[in-house]
Design a protein around this ligand. Structure first.
Ligand SMILES: NC(=O)c1ccc[n+]([C@@H]2O[C@H](COP(=O)([O-])OP(=O)(O)OC[C@H]3O[C@@H](n4cnc5c(N)ncnc54)[C@H](O)[C@@H]3O)[C@@H](O)[C@H]2O)c1
Length: 451
């Protein structure tokens, strides 16, 4: 089947699937119902290639299998051990490519690529993929620096390709329900959001094990891994623990906060903060890292403020989650898990504040208007636990949403604009942390400056 006939074929079958659509950031977004569409036949599937096959690439390949909407054609990585694992996961069927992603992009039979390399490669590989006519699922954070975003948005537009960014929680039932609750007004006016992402283990703070057989020039290609990053001598620590170094990552803010930020933007229908101020430091994990292990950020979105925190020293009581605080109630999300709605208990502290008055005056005040009832308050409303299916997993749903966009040519669920905005807010946190200054978003210039 020619490429264009194949595209028409998969488009026809996709439009028959049930879909949901709504307006987000002024754009109509359409995606399949939360239940996955039924398994597609081999000719009806989107042909996928994978670039970057480490921790996340493996999860995405398994998610792609679960959607039953994709053929898995080729995987490219700079480490042979990861390519061997790809063979193991596909009964030897997937083609492997050692460190030559452009060759994968040359294949006419690949419709779309899933990119899960470290962040410093995201812009280059996405632009190359778009130029090669591929649709792209790019892992979060979409960008390594704010300036990367507009070029990636333009690339998608210029080549009429689909880009979806990989913050999977926005495809979860939980995030969709939270968005419905907030936009319905049930919480009243939401003026404050608090969020945290904490871990307390060595691997959680990115000290991932390094494979014993890793050898540059034998089964690993250091120069290709470095790509556009500054040239430094070969160092396996940098490869497998790259999130600790500014050359490849933005640490807590772009690795972890970006998940929280994307969900907050989605649920609050927000785009970018007006200003960000951050504090933090390397307070506990003195292991050669450059990025902070503790980070606090304050975001001002105009109609609401966000207080976000991350640490690598205690996770048992705080974990990860987002709380939306409104005038009529609050909503607490444990990311990927439960959600609790707490209607507000309102009670005026009149008795406390007038206790210094003469008794007769107090009585007169309490008998006035509704003061006595307001002072006593009503029955304290019970919290409501909201249940929703946690299967399929958010990554499977997010990938299915991408595949649906590839077929229908409708905007993806998390477009390049959405990904750029979330990553830009994360970069503003780091710019503030590193400069000690508050960062302001300059809408005219499309970037951030010190304020
Ligand atoms: N959405 C999520 O929940 C989630 C979770 C984990 C990671 N991620 C994102 O996925 C990306 C990868 O993270 P990871 O944990 O899998 O890292 P990783 O180090 O485990 O894997 C990255 C892989 O990319 C390969 N690579 C590097 N340069 C390449 C090139 N030029 N061509 C081909 N392969 C190349 C490396 O060899 C490595 O195997 C990051 O952007 C990260 O933020 C997202």
């Amino acid at each position: 089947m020619s490429k264009s006939t194949r595209r028409q074929f998969i488009l026809r079958s996709a439009t028959q699937a049930a879909s949901i659509s709504f307006v987000l950031n002024g754009k109509r977004i359409t995606f399949p119902s939360s239940l996955l569409p039924k398994a597609a036949g081999p000719n009806d599937r989107v042909n996928l290639g994978f670039i970057g096959f480490g921790i996340r690439g493996n999860i995405l390949l398994e998610a792609a299998k679960e959607t039953q909407q994709a053929n898995l054609l080729e995987v490219c990585d700079c480490y042979q051990g990861h390519l061997e694992r790809a063979k193991e996961r596909t009964e030897g069927k997937i083609a492997t490519n050692f460190a030559q992603y452009k060759k994968l992009l040359d294949r006419n039979d690949i419709d779309a690529v899933v990119v899960a390399t470290p962040d410093h490669w995201h812009k280059r590989i996405v632009l190359d993929a778009l130029s090669a006519g591929k649709d792209v699922y790019i892992e979060k954070p979409m960008t390594y620096r704010i300036e990367d975003g507009p070029a990636m948005i333009d690339g998608a537009r210029e080549h009429s390709r689909i880009v979806q960014v990989g913050s999977q929680w926005v495809s979860s039932e939980q995030n969709k329900r939270a968005r419905e609750i907030v936009t319905s007004g049930k919480l009243g006016k939401v003026t404050k959001v608090t969020a945290s992402y904490n871990r307390n283990s060595s691997t959680g703070s990115w000290n991932y094990p390094i494979p014993a057989d890793l050898q540059d020039g034998v089964n690993f290609n250091w120069q290709e891994w470095l790509g556009p990053a500054p040239a430094v001598p070969y160092n396996p620590e940098r490869v497998f623990r790259y999130r600790k170094y500014w050359d490849y990552s933005g640490g807590i803010s772009t690795d972890l906060f970006v998940h929280l930020i994307t969900s907050i933007h989605f649920i609050m229908d927000a785009q970018l903060p007006k200003s960000v101020a951050a504090n933090g430091g390397i307070l506990h994990r003195h292991d050669g890292r450059e990025v902070p292990d503790t980070l606090d950020a304050l975001f001002d979105y105009g109609s609401f403020c966000v207080n976000m925190a991350g640490t690598f020293n205690s996770a048992s009581t705080s974990g990860q989650g987002i709380q939306f605080l409104g005038t009529e109630g609050s909503l607490s999300l444990l990311l990927g898990a439960g959600m609790v709605q707490q209607p507000e208990y309102k009670r005026e502290g009149y008795e406390y504040s007038i206790d210094s008055w003469p008794k007769a005056m107090q009585e007169a005040f309490l008998n006035q208007d509704n003061h006595r009832a307001e002072s006593q308050g009503g029955t304290k409303p019970a919290p409501v636990n909201l249940d929703f299916p946690d299967k399929p997993d958010a990554t499977v749903l997010h990938l299915a949403n991408f595949i649906n966009a590839v077929r229908t040519r409708q905007p993806s669920y998390e477009t390049a604009e959405v990904g750029h905005h979330a990553a830009a807010a994360g970069h503003m946190v780091n710019l503030s942390y590193r400069s000690g200054k508050r960062m302001l978003w300059d809408a005219a210039k499309g970037t951030a400056s010190e304020g």
